[in-house]
Design a protein around this ligand. Structure first.
Ligand code: ADP
Ligand code: MG
Length: 645
C-alpha cells in the first residue's frame, strides 16, 4: 500500500506549538461527503475507505493497489456538521485570531464535492428561509462559538465583517449598499494585498452577523449544472475582523490587537465536458479553473525549498493575491479538502488528494502584531545600556562632589538601575528637587540683598549720628568738614569729615576728619562745638536723621524709647551679635568650598565690622566726654554734652 502526504504530528497540537515558531505547515483535513441520492440511483460505487481517523484509502476501480492519503483528520460521510466543526481545528484558529493572528479557513475540491455545504450548510430553500440549525456549517458554528468567546473575554472587542466574491476575475462586494461593482485589488507594504473600497460592516450580535452571511450567500453567483444544482460560480471570501483591547491596557498610544478570521469558499474545479457547461457557464468555468491553476502553481512553488525563497507568482490571479498571506506569509491556514466518494469522480478526487497532500507541506511564518513595546527589543536594550552608562557617569560625578550624598542615594540608584521606568522616575524626582533647591537659592539671595541694603542704611544713619554729634563743636584747627556731609547729604556721604591724619572718605574720597578716622582716637575732640548761629546749641538742633514726628528732639538717640525707633534696637542687637541672621529658608548644605556669595549675606560681615568700629568710636568719644569737663563750663557758658550711649 502506498501512502502519500503524511504530515508529522497532530494538526491541533502543531498549531498550538507552531504559531510563534519559525514555520507552521498549513493544516489539512479531508471531508468525504456521503453518496448522493442521484449517485446511488445511478449505481455508482464508492472508491474511498477511511482507515482510522486520519487515513484515507483509495481503491482504483481497475483493481490496482490501494493508495493511502494521510491528513490531519479524515471525516467520512457519516460525520455530522458538528463533528466536522469540532474536528477540523477551526476553534483553534479562532483563538489565534483573538490573539491577533491572521487566520484563514478554505475549502477546496471538485465541484459538487461539498465545499459550500461544509462551510455554510445546504443552499437556502427559499428567500429568508434559514438553514436548519443541525445543518449549519463551519461558518455559522464558528460565529456562535466566537461571539460566546468574546462575551467571556472581559476585554472590549470590536467585530466587523466583509464579504466579497471573485467572479470571472473581478472582485465584487457582496455587502455593498447598491449593486456590486468591480473593486480593485491593491498592495502596500503594511497591508499586503487588499481590496480597495471594500465595505466593512461592524456588528454587535450573532443575529447581525448571520444576516450579513445570508445577504452575501443570496447575492453570490451560483448556477445549476449536471454535477451540482446550486454550483458556486465564484470564490467567496468572508472575513471577520477582531479588534481587541489588550488586558491589562497598554500605553495610551498602543493600538489594539487586530486579528482576522477569513473563510474562503472556493469555486470547484470542473471539467467542462463533465458539467456540460456552455456559453456563460463555460466562461465562468474557465476563469474558475484558471485561478485554481494559479493557486496550484503557487502551492507547488511554495513547496520547493529552493524556489520558496524566490518569486512566487501570487499576482497571477485575484484569488492568489488575496490568499498570498494565508499561503506563504504570516497567516495560520486550515484547508478543508472535500471529495466525492463516487468512483465516477475518482480522477478529480485523486487530483484533489494530491493537491491537498502537497498543501499540507506548505509552511507559513505566523506572526501576531506586536505591541510597540515589544516591537524593538534590541533598540530598547541599546537605550537601557546608554541610560545605564549615563547614570554611572552621573553617579561618579556626584560622588566626586559629595561622597556622602552619593552613598545615601546608592540604594535608590541601584533600584532605579534595575528598572528603566524606575530610572526615569528617579531622574524626574531628582530634577524636581534641583528645581526647588534653585528657587530656594534665588529667594535666599534676594533676601540677603535686602538685609544688606537695610544694614547699609543703618550704618549710614549711625555714621550721621556720630558725625552730627561731633560736628556741634568743631575743634579749633580741624580740617574743613568733608563736603559730602554738608546737610542735606546723599546717603552715600554718611561718613565723618576729614581727619588730619590723612584718611579719606571711602565713598566720596574726601579727606576724613581726625575724629572719624579709624586711627584717630588720639585726635578725637574732647568737647563739642559752639552754639549755632541762631543761639541754639547745635546738639539741640534737630539732627538730619531724626525720625519723623520728633523733629525738634535734641535727645541722644540712646535716650529715646525703643518703641520710638525699633530699628535702633535691632541695630544695637545686631551690633552686639556681630552677625547677620538670615531670614531666608535654610539653605541646602553645600560643599565646603561653596562661594559665600551663593549663601547670601556676603557683605554682611563688612557692614558689621564697620558698625562695630563706629560703635567703638562712639563709645570712646563718650568715655572721653565723661572724663573731661566741658570747656563751656570753664567758659561759663552752657554747653550740652552728648549723654553716654
Ligand atoms: P460544492 O460547493 O463543492 O460545489 P456543494 O456544497 O454545493 O458542493 O454540494 C453539492 C451538493 O451536495 C449539495 O446539494 C449539498 O447539499 C450536497 N452535500 C454536500 N455535502 C454534503 C454532506 N456532507 N451531507 C449531505 N449533503 C451534502
Ligand atoms: Mg460551492
Amino acid at each position: 500500500m502506498e501512502e502519500r502526504g503524511s504530515p508529522d504530528g497532530d494538526p491541533a497540537r502543531s498549531l498550538e506549538q507552531g504559531p510563534e515558531g519559525p514555520e507552521t505547515p498549513i493544516q489539512v483535513v479531508l471531508r468525504v461527503r456521503p453518496m448522493s441520492a442521484a449517485e446511488l440511483r445511478r449505481g455508482e460505487q464508492s472508491a474511498l475507505h477511511c482507515s482510522g481517523t486520519r487515513t484515507l484509502q483509495v481503491s482504483p476501480p481497475g483493481g490496482g493497489p490501494d493508495v493511502a492519503f494521510r491528513f490531519g483528520a479524515v471525516l467520512d460521510g457519516a460525520r455530522t456538521q458538528e463533528d466536522v466543526f469540532r474536528a477540523c481545528g477551526v476553534r483553534r484558529l479562532g483563538e489565534l485570531a483573538l490573539r491577533g493572528f491572521s487566520c484563514t479557513v478554505f475549502t477546496f475540491g471538485q465541484t459538487g464535492s461539498g465545499k459550500t455545504y461544509t462551510l455554510t450548510g445546504p443552499p437556502p430553500q427559499g428567500e429568508g428561509v434559514p438553514v436548519p440549525p443541525n445543518l449549519t456549517g463551519i461558518i455559522q458554528r464558528t460565529f456562535i462559538w466566537l461571539l460566546d468567546r468574546v462575551q467571556h473575554l472581559g476585554a472590549p472587542v470590536t467585530l466587523r465583517a466583509s464579504y466579497l466574491e471573485i467572479y470571472n476575475e473581478q472582485v465584487r462586494d457582496l455587502l455593498s449598499v447598491g449593486s456590486p461593482r468591480p473593486l480593485p485589488v491593491r498592495w502596500n507594504k503594511t497591508r499586503g494585498f487588499y481590496v480597495d473600497q471594500l465595505r466593512v460592516v461592524e456588528f454587535g450580535s450573532l443575529g447581525a452577523l448571520m444576516d450579513l452571511l445570508q445577504m452575501g450567500l443570496t447575492r453570490r453567483r451560483s448556477s445549476a449544472h449536471t454535477l451540482n444544482q446550486a454550483s458556486s460560480r465564484s470564490h467567496a471570501l468572508l472575513t471577520v475582523y477582531i479588534s481587541r483591547q489588550t488586558m491589562p491596557p497598554g500605553d495610551p498610544g498602543e493600538p489594539p490587537m487586530a486579528g482576522k478570521l477569513c473563510f474562503v469558499d472556493l469555486a470547484g474545479s470542473e471539467k467542462v465536458a463533465a458539467t456540460g457547461s456552455r456559453g456563460e457557464l463555460m466562461l465562468e468555468a474557465n476563469s474558475i479553473n484558471r485561478s485554481l491553476l494559479a493557486l496550484g502553481h503557487c502551492i507547488s512553488l511554495l513547496l520547493d525549498p529552493q524556489r520558496k525563497q524566490s518569486h512566487i507568482p501570487f499576482r497571477d490571479s485575484k484569488l492568489t493575491k488575496l490568499l498570498a498571506d494565508s499561503l506563504g506569509g504570516r497567516g495560520v491556514t486550515l484547508m478543508v479538502a472535500c471529495v466525492s466518494p463516487s468512483a465516477q469522480c475518482l480522477p478529480e478526487t485523486l487530483s484533489t488528494l494530491r493537491y491537498a497532500s502537497r498543501a499540507q507541506r506548505v509552511t507559513t511564518r505566523p506572526q501576531a502584531p506586536k505591541s510597540p513595546k515589544a516591537k524593538h527589543p534590541q533598540r530598547l536594550e541599546v537605550e537601557i545600556l546608554q541610560l545605564q552608562e549615563e547614570n554611572r557617569c552621573l553617579r561618579s560625578q556626584l560622588g566626586q562632589r559629595d561622597p556622602k550624598a552619593s552613598r545615601l542615594s546608592g540604594a535608590r540608584v541601584a533600584w532605579a538601575q534595575r528598572n528603566l521606568y524606575g530610572m526615569l522616575q528617579e531622574f524626574m524626582v531628582e530634577n524636581e528637587r534641583l528645581r526647588k533647591e534653585k528657587s530656594q537659592l534665588q529667594s535666599s539671595q534676594a533676601q540677603a540683598r535686602d538685609e544688606q541694603r537695610i544694614l547699609a542704611q543703618q550704618v549710614q544713619e549711625l555714621e550721621r549720628r556720630l558725625f552730627s554729634a561731633c560736628h556741634h563743636q568743631p575743634h579749633p584747627g580741624l580740617a574743613p568738614p568733608c563736603p559730602c556731609v554738608m546737610v542735606p547729604a546723599p546717603l552715600c556721604h554718611a561718613l565723618p569729615p576729614p581727619c588730619s591724619c590723612g584718611g579719606f572718605c571711602p565713598l566720596c574720597r574726601a579727606p576724613l576728619a581726625h575724629w572719624a578716622c579709624a586711627r584717630g582716637e588720639l585726635h578725637l575732640p574732647q568737647v563739642f562745638g559752639p552754639k549755632a548761629p541762631g543761639g541754639v546749641a547745635l546738639s539741640a538742633q534737630p539732627s538730619p536723621w531724626a525720625p519723623p514726628g520728633n523733629p525738634g528732639s535734641a535727645k541722644c538717640p540712646r535716650e529715646r524709647s525703643p518703641s520710638e525707633w525699633p530699628q535702633a534696637r535691632v541695630l544695637a542687637e545686631m551690633l552686639l551679635e556681630e552677625e547677620a541672621v538670615p531670614s531666608a529658608p535654610p539653605l541646602p548644605v553645600g560643599p565646603p568650598n561653596t562661594s559665600p556669595v551663593l549663601r547670601g549675606g556676603a557683605a554682611v560681615p563688612n557692614l558689621a565690622q564697620r558698625l562695630e568700629a563706629l560703635r567703638d568710636q562712639i563709645g570712646s568719644s563718650l568715655r572721653r566726654g565723661r572724663s573731661q569737663p566741658p570747656p563751656s563750663e570753664a567758659a561759663g557758658s552752657p554747653r550740652r554734652v552728648l549723654p553716654p550711649c
